[in-house]
Design a protein around this ligand. Sequence first.
Ligand code: URA
Length: 433
Amino acid sequence: MRMYDIIMKKRNGGELSDEEIRYFIEGYTKGEIPDYQVSSLMMAIYFQKMTARETLTLTLAMADSGEKLDLSAVNGIKVDKHSTGGVGDKTSLALTPIVASLGVPVAKMSGRGLGHTGGTIDKLESFPGFSTAISNDTFIKNVNEIGIAIMGQTADLAPADKKLYALRDVTATVDNMSLIASSIMSKKLAAGADSIVLDVKTGSGAFMKTEEDSFALAREMVEIGRNAGRKMSAIISNMDQPLGYAVGNALEVIEAIDTLKGKGPADFTELVYALGAEMLVNGGKAKDRQEATDMISEVISSGKALDKLAEFVKAQGGDPEYVYNTDLFELGKIVVEVKAPKAGYISHIDCDEIGICSLMLGGGRETKESVIDLSVGIRLLHKVGEHVDEGDILGTFYANDNEKCNAAIERFLRAYHIDEDCVPYPNMVIGII
Ligand code: URA
């Protein structure tokens, strides 16, 4: 088999065989096929697309390219959740203790974030002492005894995807549906869960800007997962404005805790319930969404979900007191209230721009090596559809550097659009597959 022939076949619109796909993935992972040939193939795929069968084979080949997490020692049906990412997305922090307190084991390998704010691990490190550097044995023991464990990405999961994604990133071949779906699903399949619940974001702060593309991506990933023998669901959710009110690591943890106390923002709470219901049904703990919703309400009002978070934080070295008293979290020392320049209805918030403001304060990583300031961020006070008077506070900034804070505020004010006409509140959950 020759890479040249594979590139030419795809360039001419042909369908690659399973053997050809596995040949190029294995060869590329081992370093036997050079970047220039694979980038050329990526460009051919970008224009000629892939069939569902090709996409499935590509996903499985990438999932098979490295280690796989063996969760067979974890009792029960393991349900994983994946979000395509967005601004203020702290969903895992609230969702995992909820489902764990209802008997769905959470055995999660998470990463650090690049961009707006940190990833789940960065956010969890807002609890002093919390560590994800735990052994495999402790990981499995904690899941079986407590119901949740989160480990840093130590295993070499889907190394073919790591190489391919880096190459696509610099060759303008990221935004192809089959390549995105196979990239995400290869890592999820290698992470070993029996069921995967996807949160596919749509809107100005999402990877997929239109509902049509978001539904298509969700359908493609669900199809791959089902063909690989996993139970799948996907929620298509709004990312046209930040999720909830908090953007920034410690601030987002506080908001997730408030949600577990039943005092979370309406949009974020709705999403947590929707994803939680899918996880409980897929995990065999609820017969339908209605029963699952009632179960979630119960563990929130009884405090069981909050206690589960405290138990999990303690088991991984963190101080559980912070769960019960969020005033303990350290926040930026410079606190600035940003006021509305005029009266009217908030018609639009440039979602990505709010994420960039948090990044400018030091809350996100510009490069993999950047050190994150967990204490900085923005707490929004008003969102799309709400009316404000001139001088009302739009958001509170928590910063540690005056210059960075002023630059971020300037950008923040440009991201808020205030108009005379009333606009409806956007829907949070746009679809379920
Ligand atoms: N996230 C991924 O992991 N892969 C992609 O291709 C795009 C987003």
